[in-house]
Design a protein around this ligand. Structure first.
Ligand code: PEP
Ligand code: MG
Length: 592
């Protein structure tokens, strides 16, 4: 008998529509291991040996996995490297051995206890990057438990391409996916900015995350439709629904192809107003996707990942090589390198430092760099050296005072002098930017403009700090509103201050790549938008189909409205009217 169709709602994480059969990976979740005490010292030694052997096997499995990655996934090999490092992290590796030794726990229980402590440490941390790190630790934990239990690690490969359904998928697991095996995936956990979601986008595998009870509601073999544009999942669809979604998929693919074709054209409005559409990158490899979609440069090079790939701090030479790779690939286009934005020292090595009460308000970004000046100088030196090989700009994250700009610039000048003494080439006029992502920076924009050659608005943080909404907290996610009147006014204020100082204003938060917001941002005077590379075609398409006059009219109207609900409604209506072909797919199609 045919079951009735049901709909589940999740968060769209990677665009695309797929129809297929489910493969549920719920079995990969470990049951809690048994508590068991050891009797003799001999048993204790044996148990420690068993644990060390499991670590050894996990390490060799990870190395094999890394080596077997096909070339298209090589860029993610560093995530496996990270897991290899986590295997020997003090809080897992040493703590488990200590618990076996001192508490006489069996290996499984000791490992479980060590993992619980790590998890406790990370509880309540909203920063999506740090959340990403805990996923790596969890993946390692699961891998070790699987080995200790004498089970085989679950393989993702299967004969027929399937839609994977799991409580959670680690970035390492995501890297194992190929489009011929995995049509798309659904997870109960995760957010739009999790590592796994980012990998899905760069592999162009549709995904929906944050689907409550997905592994309970869906069974292996169930027929599914997954809409990565709206976050909807349809279980046991009837023929009519399947036909509808097949047509929708076809339309979407055709539309994607159409916009990608014109992505190489300049991002100029109908009335010839020029804009710059740039790419956000995390790794040098991502430059290729940016170039493919006609990016006018790199507007945000998040440099944290180079620090996370390895246990030791990267050397000046390593940083220089990485930056050069990007700069040379993009030449003659500009590459904007953001200096290190780690969320407190935990981010560098989350397992070795004490947690901060509130890392979002803690020793983060420029605050960290101005404290750890050696780390900062090394990075500045590498950036300056790379500036001799193309068009480079540098920008400082989380600026909240003029003093921070003054001090950062002073260090930059000192490093320039060092380089000049060493006879190494660099661009002496390297443009220096301030990221505007703290309300204080908005208020001080006219003063900061005297110390900055450009501004870049980081809306991901600006919205969270302005509205007091943790950007990683699911409970308040509906209140995270980019079109909030306070945010609109802040952007206007920044553009106004920059206009008086005659410096350009860019935007590099997720908001900049969302089709819904692009006209209003243009109208407010932000003409440099930096986004996930996959969002570029649609962003350019919108810009090429609107006049700056119309965009300004939208912005003026928005500024007259007083509630976010009114603004949301107005902007949606306006955009729907102007770009029905885009908005029929759901506005998430180009979101990162
Ligand atoms: C932002 O805050 O908008 C931004 C671009 O920086 P990140 O997302 O890396 O904090
Ligand atoms: Mg930020």
């Amino acid at each position: 008998m045919m079951r009735e169709s049901r709909v589940l709602q999740g968060i769209p994480a990677s665009p695309g529509i797929v129809l297929g059969r489910a493969r549920v990976l719920a079995e990969k979740m470990e049951a809690q291991p048994d508590y068991c005490l050891l009797y003799s010292p001999g048993e204790i030694n044996e148990e420690i040996g068993r644990f060390l052997k499991a670590v050894e096997q996990a390490e060799s499995d990870l190395i094999i996995l890394k080596e077997s990655l096909s070339p298209e996934y090589q860029e993610h090999a560093h995530l496996l490297d990270l897991q290899i490092l986590v295997l020997k992290e003090r809080m897992i590796f040493e703590e488990t051995q200590r618990l076996i030794q001192e508490e006489r726990y069996n290996a499984e229980w000791a490992l479980f206890q060590a993992w619980q402590k790590v998890r406790e440490l990370f509880k309540g941390i909203g920063d999506p990057y740090i959340k990403g790190r805990i996923q790596d630790v969890e993946e390692v934990y699961r891998r070790l438990q699987t080995i200790l239990a004498g089970r085989e690690a679950l393989s993702l490969s299967s004969q027929e391409p399937v839609i994977l359904v799991a409580r959670d998928l680690s970035p390492a697991e995501a890297t194992q996916m190929t489009r011929s095996q995995v049509l798309g995936f659904i997870t109960e956990r995760g957010g739009r900015t999790s590592h796994t979601a980012i990998i899905a986008q760069s592999l162009e595998i549709p995904a929906v995350v944050g689907v409550d009870f997905a592994t309970r509601e869906i069974a292996t073999g169930d027929a599914l439709i997954m809409d990565g544009l709206t976050g909807q999942i349809i279980l046991d669809p009837d023929e009519e629904m399947s036909r509808f979604y097949r047509d929708r998929r076809e339309d979407f693919e055709a539309f994607k192809e159409k916009v990608a074709q014109s992505s190489g054209l300049p991002a100029t409005t109908l009335d010839a107003y020029p804009t710059h559409i740039q790419a956000n990158i995390e790794l040098p490899e991502e430059v290729e996707l940016g170039l493919k979609y006609g990016a006018d440069g790199v507007g945000l090079y998040r440099t944290e990942f180079l620090y996370l790939r390895q246990r030791h701090l990267p050397t000046e030479e390593e940083l220089f090589q990485d930056y050069c790779r990007v700069v040379e690939a993009m030449r003659p286009k500009t590459v904007t390198i953001r200096t290190l934005d780690i969320g407190g020292d935990k981010f560098l090595s989350p397992l070795e430092y004490a947690p901060e009460m509130n890392p979002a308000l803690g020793l983060r970004a420029i605050r960290f760099c101005l404290k750890e000046t050696n780390i900062f100088r090394t990075q500045l030196k590498a950036i300056l050296r790379a500036s001799a090989f193309g068009q480079v700009r540098v920008m400082f994250p989380l600026i909240s005072s003029v003093g921070e700009m003054q001090e950062s610039r002073r260090l930059l000048e000192e490093v320039k002098q060092d380089l000049a003494r060493e006879g190494l080439p660099f661009d002496p006029r390297l443009p220096v930017g301030a990221m505007i992502e703290v309300p204080a920076a908005v208020t001080l924009a006219n003063l900061l403009a005297q110390y900055a050659d450009f501004f870049s608005i980081g809306t991901n943080d600006l919205i969270q700090y302005a509205l007091a909404i943790d950007r990683g907290n699911k409970q308040v996610a509906p209140m995270y509103q980019p079109l909030h009147p306070a945010v609109m006014r802040m952007i206007r204020e920044v553009v106004h201050a920059a206009g008086i100082a005659r410096i350009p204003v860019a935007m590099c938060g997720e908001m900049a790549g969302d089709p819904l917001y692009i006209p209003v941002l243009l109208g407010l005077g932000v003409s440099e938008l930096s986004m996930n590379a996959s969002a570029i075609p649609i962003a350019k398409h919108i810009i090429r189909m609107i006049t700056i006059e119309a965009a300004r009219k939208i912005a003026r109207h928005v500024l007259r409205l007083v509630t976010v609900e009114e603004i949301n409604e107005y902007v949606a209506q306006e955009l729907n009217r102007r770009f029905p072909e885009i908005f029929r797919f759901g506005r998430t199609m180009a979101q990162s």
